[in-house]
Design a protein around this ligand. Structure first.
Ligand SMILES: [Zn+2]
Length: 327
């Protein structure tokens, strides 16, 4: 049985939601804002289930009709709304939210709308929705899920309670991946360092063989750079560019290796993240001095930033490799 207490992290938000439910003073419009994989949908479903439970407590009972139907996403009074791939337009908002809001709940206390990908909602759709949000029916609850709350009109925003979900600390993600038996501890550490606090992304990466291959590729790059002559650097560049849309991840992993090499070189063996590559880390430590290691880490960091900012990829990687190689 899943309740608000089981939601990982975001303690302040969870406490506020529990207060809201136990006091019975329900905010009729909530916005859950976070990047992909932070658990917006899970949280929205849990809020909905808790509000609908026949026993009306902070923790849903798990066995009433409402709870059971909510668990299987079949509660007739919890409406999921999503638009097309590109937009969430006025037609959908009218049919799925405004018209359905006029109908009283079938069997539960509330009629709850969970609106996914609200960042795709057109201005016209938001304007159409305004009146419903301003004067919601006593049973109406609207939970908007978005990756970017800035796309809401001020008029909508000012009538909603905005809850911004934070990413989870690396330790929590490692613990969760291990608890679910998804990967080894070494992999869990590497994944948690690259998933930006998103458990959803971490879970996806743990089942992704390409990610393991990417990690292996990153592990060998520092060594390859040291071995390469001028033309060899271009071979490395080509290999790096071959990963295509996973370039940012490869650079994050490479940065993590340089970080580990630096930590190792400074005598902090027990603090390196990627213990399964300790041998490679040790080898490179013996070959490159601290000053060049620092420069290497910086060069990788800068390349990652350039790529995220859509600077020419080839140029970014070329710059990075030459800066690392420089004596
Ligand atoms: Zn219940």
């Amino acid at each position: 049985m899943y309740s608000l207490d089981d939601f990982l992290g975001n303690a302040r938000i969870i406490k506020g939601l529990k207060n809201m439910i136990s006091s019975g003073r329900i905010n009729h419009a909530l916005i859950l804002d976070a990047p992909e994989g932070f658990g917006k949908l899970t949280l929205a479903k849990t809020i909905a289930k808790t509000l609908q439970c026949a026993e009306g407590r902070e923790v849903p009972c798990g066995h009433c009709f409402s709870c059971r139907s909510a668990d299987s996403d079949e509660n007739p009074d919890i409406v999921f709304v999503s638009g097309s791939k590109a937009t969430l337009g006025v037609e959908t908002v009218r049919e799925e939210i405004i018209e359905k809001s006029a109908l009283k709940p079938y069997s539960s206390r509330y009629k709850i709308f969970i609106i996914r990908d609200s960042q795709k909602m057109t201005e016209q759709a938001q304007n159409a929705l305004l009146k419903t949000i301003e004067e919601p029916p006593s049973y109406g609850v609207y939970i908007f899920l978005t990756t970017n709350y800035n796309t809401f009109l001020d008029t909508i925003l000012s009538r909603c309670t905005l809850l911004k979900l934070m990413g989870l600390p690396e330790e929590v993600i490692v613990g969760e991946l291990l608890k679910r038996g998804l990967c080894t501890e070494d992999n869990a550490r590497a994944i948690s360092a690259c998933c930006g606090g998103s458990l959803g992304r971490a879970v996806r990466l743990s089942g992704d063989e390409d990610f393991s291959r990417l990690r292996e590729q990153a592990a060998h790059i520092p060594q390859r750079i040291e071995d390469a002559d001028f033309m060899g650097l271009y071979d490395i560049m080509e290999d790096i560019l071959k990963v295509d849309d996973r370039l940012t991840e490869l650079l994050e992993l490479l940065y993590m290796f340089y970080r580990d090499i630096l930590v190792y070189a400074a005598g902090g063996e027990e603090h390196i993240i990627q213990k399964d590559y300790e041998k490679d880390i040790k080898t490179i430590c013996g070959r490159v001095n601290m000053k060049r290691l620092f420069r290497g880490a910086n060069a990788v960091f800068e390349a990652g930033r350039s790529v995220r900012m859509n600077v020419n990829k080839q140029m970014s990687i070329e710059n990075m490799l030459f800066r690392i190689k420089e004596r």
